[in-house]
Write a protein that binds this ligand. Structure first.
Ligand SMILES: Cc1cc2nc3c(=O)[nH]c(=O)nc-3n(C[C@H](O)[C@H](O)[C@H](O)COP(=O)(O)OP(=O)(O)OC[C@H]3O[C@@H](n4cnc5c(N)ncnc54)[C@H](O)[C@@H]3O)c2cc1C
Length: 415
């Protein structure tokens, strides 16, 4: 593919220099700003009647560049207008797989899952036809793609509701040492049980990464992180987060106003591609003592520096939707836990996978039995568990849209 120019409009003042620099580094082709040499040439097109001045011009040197530029525009363009939709907690996670499995993140307690914001999608089905799925067109397919994954076709576009968010939001991390882990977990259980919908707090047990806001002597030691995000007014957020910030003696408190796009990218550096990863997951309605005991036990013997156990807070708007309204059924889950083993070399595979499986088993007695399909290693959990009472209806939709199971290299619903 030759070089193609992709122009992005918007107000550059609301996009940080770091964000622009990241895009520039990620592209194989050139990124041109109004002050860049070559900008005028790149923005000028054949018809002199059209004289536009895009905020950025990405001169893409291949499909990967186009993907990066489109993703950048989709993430950041809405924020130029102070708008966003509910997506995952990282900026690097693909929107398609995330949406098709459900999709939750910082905004979910206020605005629901990504699928709860989905108005329509264009889908190429197994017979090669492009169809629209929405409440009014092919509603059975629309129901199925909201949680049923890539089983019914290839989605070429999503139409999603957006909401006022930021551009600055109160967000950040409070970090405690492992010596206080039990008290922090018990505090979190009480605090997180009664949050306003604007507030979300996730808890992570792991070893301290070498982040600049953490003292050097802490790097590599076990810590508990409370990652907090407030979707609404900053002053209300300060008030809502006060008990969390007042609790105990944290190693660091890095909560403050951050650009929403920056917060969305905050964990990206810890999750770069190329490492070996193995995930297991449970849903919980609460965090009983036995679960806290198990988490502390396994967090005390993490198999690698990058491994973590996180508890994501759901509830709020997510659970206001009926379990059978979409294919995603877990509208009772208040917490989702991801046991995320992550390491670098094949020699560590056995140790890390075994640790994750053992902790998964130790925490199973406290779980709902349901599991988020996007957090399941392929083929490891029966899909009936992921979909519960919605499974039979998914099979019917599969029989209608993909009776020969063309789309089967996925979390497969067999027709
Ligand atoms: C670092 C990281 C962080 C994550 N954080 C979150 C989180 O905060 N919240 C959350 O909900 N999930 C999270 N996830 C899980 C995530 O939702 C899944 O990994 C999801 O599959 C990612 O989507 P993708 O498009 O990148 O997937 P891919 O790996 O590209 O695809 C996965 C599957 O999705 C289907 N698929 C993908 N694109 C299409 C399409 N266009 N049409 C039809 N089917 C398609 C296919 O079946 C494909 O096999 C995270 C994952 C990672 C790796």
């Amino acid at each position: 593919m030759g070089v193609s120019a992709l122009a992005m409009n918007g107000d550059l003042k609301t996009i940080s220099d770091e964000t622009i620099a990241e895009l520039e580094t990620a592209l194989r082709g050139q990124l041109l700003l109004p002050q860049s040499e070559g900008y005028d040439e790149a923005r000028t097109i054949w018809n002199a009647m059209i004289d536009r001045r895009p905020a950025l011009v990405a001169r893409c040197a291949g499909a990967a560049d186009v993907i990066r530029a489109v993703r950048f525009a989709a993430d950041d363009e809405t924020q130029v207008y102070g708008l966003a939709t509910s997506v995952g907690i990282n900026s690097t996670t693909g929107i398609a797989g995330l949406t098709l499995g459900g999709g939750f993140g910082w905004l979910s307690r206020k605005h629901g899952l990504t699928i709860d914001n989905l108005r329509s999608a264009d889908v190429v089905t197994a017979d090669g036809k492009l169809v629209t799925a929405s409440e009014s067109e092919n509603p059975d397919l629309f129901w199925g793609i909201r949680g049923g994954g890539g089983n019914f076709g290839v989605v070429t576009s999503f139409e999603l509701d957006v909401h006022p968010v930021g551009p600055e939001v109160l967000s950040g991390l409070v970090v405690h040492p492992a010596s206080a882990a039990r008290e922090v977990m018990e505090f979190y259980r009480g605090f997180a049980s009664d949050l306003p919908e604007d507030l979300n707090v996730w808890m992570v047990l792991r070893k301290a990464p070498p982040l600049p806001f953490l003292p050097e002597e802490v790097h590599g030691t076990e810590i508990v992180i409370l990652a907090a995000f407030y979707a609404g007014d900053m002053v209300d957020g300060e008030r809502a987060l006060k008990p969390l910030r007042d609790f105990g003696t944290p190693i660091a408190d890095a909560i403050g106003p951050h650009p929403f796009t920056g917060w969305q990218a905050a964990f990206d550096p810890l999750l770069t591609p190329g490492a070996r990863n193995y995930w297991k997951s449970h849903n919980f309605t609460d965090l009983p003592d036995g679960l806290i005991d198990a988490a502390l036990d396994y967090a005390g013997r993490l198999p690698s520096d990058q491994t973590e156990i996180f508890f994501g807070r759901l509830g709020g708007a997510v659970n206001e939707v009926a379990p059978d309204a979409t294919a995603y059924p877990h509208r009772d889950a208040e917490y989702v836990m991801n046991v995320h083993a992550r390491w670098d070399t094949a020699a560590e595979d056995e140790k890390c996978v075994a640790w994750a499986r053992e902790y998964f088993a130790a925490s199973a007695p406290y779980a709902t039995g349901g599991v988020y399909v996007n957090f399941v290693p392929d083929g490891e959990s029966p899909l009936a568990e992921a979909y519960g009472p919605n499974y039979e209806r998914l099979v019917e939709v599969k029989r209608k849209y993909d009776p020969k199971n063309l789309f089967r290299l996925n979390q497969n619903i067999t027709p």
